[in-house]
Design a protein around this ligand. Structure first.
Ligand code: FNR
Length: 343
């Protein structure tokens, strides 16, 4: 196994043990108002959404995690089976290894074979050559591509990239050539309003804000490295706050909230703050890794039911209505947003 392949396994195993770091998602600061005079029947609540020309049963992405080393096809096949059974979105892990080393292609291709009609997202670093991005899309007949921004992770990695000046230019090159929509995705440090402002100027309007408070890649890299600590563990914009920062730039962007989404209530709070959907990664992997695939399916089916119940309590019959329900932002998150001139 080369270093890239070994890293894939390291990330997978260490993500299941790494601590989350001191930052919280901010969802504890968000409150929703109970509406006692319900006006909807449970069976009439519609929590499906349409995105990238596909309808999914409820707004969830099983977020980018893996592929690219021997044995990882087994994990990706299980993830694809879960996504197909629950009719939700699946993103594969970074595909550069699959493009550069054809022997690992099958670890990604398995997701399309398992879920031929599903909504599947390709994933590469925003720094890769355009050709790699295009091949990643083709490899799994992706409906859209996530371009991940992981500068903080690279800096925390001993062998990571140190050259980032071409990042913006490269994103534009990929956008120009891509025949599917591009989604700019963080991996757990959040997107600021300044980042969103820059990217929306280039007509990019899909973002996965990947905020802090969930899987902490700096903490994973510290476990892999010889360094006993790295201050990047304490770095990042909490998920709920990043979501509000991003939406303060424009209401006409499509946002996915990820990074520490751990309950249906986190999902509902994200949607009321304006997200189109949410992404969950590590909690799903944790169960899949120990062959608890059926339990994940039950968990996601229960999540869909919970979503409908909470929508009734918010007074929303469908997702667009939920996106217009006001949320109260209190405490640290309120203070942060006020200091940033966002109210
Ligand atoms: C990830 N994540 C990730 N993201 C990405 O864009 N490309 C990738 O290849 C990977 N690889 C990866 C491996 C493993 C093992 C994990 C756990 C995560 C990040 C992931 O998609 C997500 O943004 C973060 O994990 C935050 O979500 P959770 O885990 O807090 O729900």
């Amino acid at each position: 196994m080369d270093i890239r392949q070994q890293r894939k396994w390291d990330h997978l195993k260490l993500s299941l043990q790494a601590d989350k770091g001191p930052l919280k998602t901010g969802f504890d600061d968000i409150y929703l108002i109970h509406q006692a005079l319900a006006n909807t029947n449970f069976n009439d609540v519609n929590c499906s959404i349409e995105i990238f020309k596909k309808k999914i049963d409820f707004p969830l992405i099983i977020n980018a995690m893996t592929g690219g080393a021997d044995g990882l096809d087994i994990i990706n096949k299980k993830l694809a089976n879960i996504a197909r059974t629950c009719n939700v979105v699946l993103a594969v892990g970074s595909q550069t290894s699959g493009v550069l080393d054809r022997r690992t292609r099958h670890t990604y291709e398995v997701v399309r074979k398992t879920n031929p009609d599903g909504l599947i997202l390709a994933n590469v670093s925003a720094l890769v050559d355009v050709k790699i991005a295009l091949e990643a899309i083709e490899m799994i007949e992706a409906n859209a591509i996530q371009l991940h921004l992981n500068v903080a992770q690279e800096l925390a990695m001993d062998e990571g990239d140190r050259e980032f000046e071409k990042l913006e230019e490269n994103i534009l090159k990929i956008k120009e050539k891509s025949n599917v929509p591009i989604i700019i995705k963080e991996v757990g440090f959040g997107l600021s309003k300044e980042t969103i402002q820059k990217l929306t100027q280039y007509n990019i309007n899909y973002f996965d804000i990947g905020g802090a408070g969930g899987t902490n890649f700096a903490s994973i890299e510290v476990k892999r490295s010889k360094n006993p600590k790295d201050d990047i563990i304490n770095w990042g914009i909490p998920t709920a706050i990043s979501l509000v920062e991003a939406l303060s730039v424009s209401k006409n962007i499509n946002l996915f909230a990820s990074g520490g989404i751990r309950s249906t209530l986190d999902m509902v709070k994200s949607l009321t703050l304006g997200a189109k959907g949410v992404g969950i990664a590590e909690p799903i992997l944790k169960d899949v890794y120990i062959n608890r695939e059926k339990e994940v399916i039950v968990f996601l089916q229960e999540m869909k039911k919970q979503l409908k119940k909470l929508m009734i309590l918010c007074g929303a019959k469908n997702i667009p209505e939920l996106q217009n329900i006001p949320a109260l932002i209190t405490g640290f998150s309120k203070e942060w947003l006020e200091l940033r001139g966002i109210s």
